[in-house]
Design a protein around this ligand. Sequence first.
Ligand SMILES: NC(=O)CCC(=O)C(=O)O
Length: 268
Amino acid sequence: MKIQLFQIEIIEGEVEQNESRIKALFKENLDADTEIVVIPEMWNNGYDLHHLAEKADINLTRSLPFIQGLAAKHHVDMIAGSVSNKRNDNIYNTAFAVSKTGKLLYQKDKIHLVPMLDEHLYLTGGDEVPEVFEINGIKASQIICYDLRFPEITRFPTSQGAKIIFYVAQWTTKNIDHWRTLLKARAIENCVYVIACNSVGDVNNENHVGNTYAGHSIVIDPNGNIVEEAGNQEAIITAEIDIQKVAKQQQNIPIFENLRPDVYKYAE
Ligand SMILES: NC(=O)CCC(=O)C(=O)O
């Protein structure tokens, strides 16, 4: 199965510009036999957090039809990154996925808000754990950026049978080693494919000047091997994955048979 990741710069506060860019990439860079396209976190406004009250989407009324139109036109399933999204007087960082027929396959809010980008000052965290859903006939789940640091929330969909975990991100260069190490760990500890799409470009959030988004979008197989990885500039990753490798790895290392939730605990 062929998957493409669009590692792009998100222009902060410029929804129309970001939409036009994504549209153009579909026209110019999508391979005819690609089954799933992945785009980064917060692709509508980026981290233009001061203006989210005016600029965030409202209950996906703009972003969802935009992605549905692209998916249907290009006949491809979409891991549609995430967008800033107003709902019930709160603003969330909402991930979603759409099928090639335009069906909304999945929608969840980022749970843990990233203090290093002041997200917690402007957004509301979701309170539902990511779950498994089916995309292109394969069980998968979709997790947003900083939530990668909390392994429990990957374990839930993988224990439900997810074979691919998609991470959508605007992860910064300060912690690029964490990005690569944690993504590898999630693949190895769950024996699944990890497919992670990051952005590039400067962080313009005024409290974080000098920081940049790190790129290094990556596809990692269930044994922790890197299938494809981008550098720190805009790039399209094209990767072929063999989903049978998940079952083989889970037979070789039967972690899901050996789980002991009756023993695991947290300190109060
Ligand atoms: N957008 C994010 O959640 C950024 C997370 C990040 O950079 C990190 O180090 O964690």
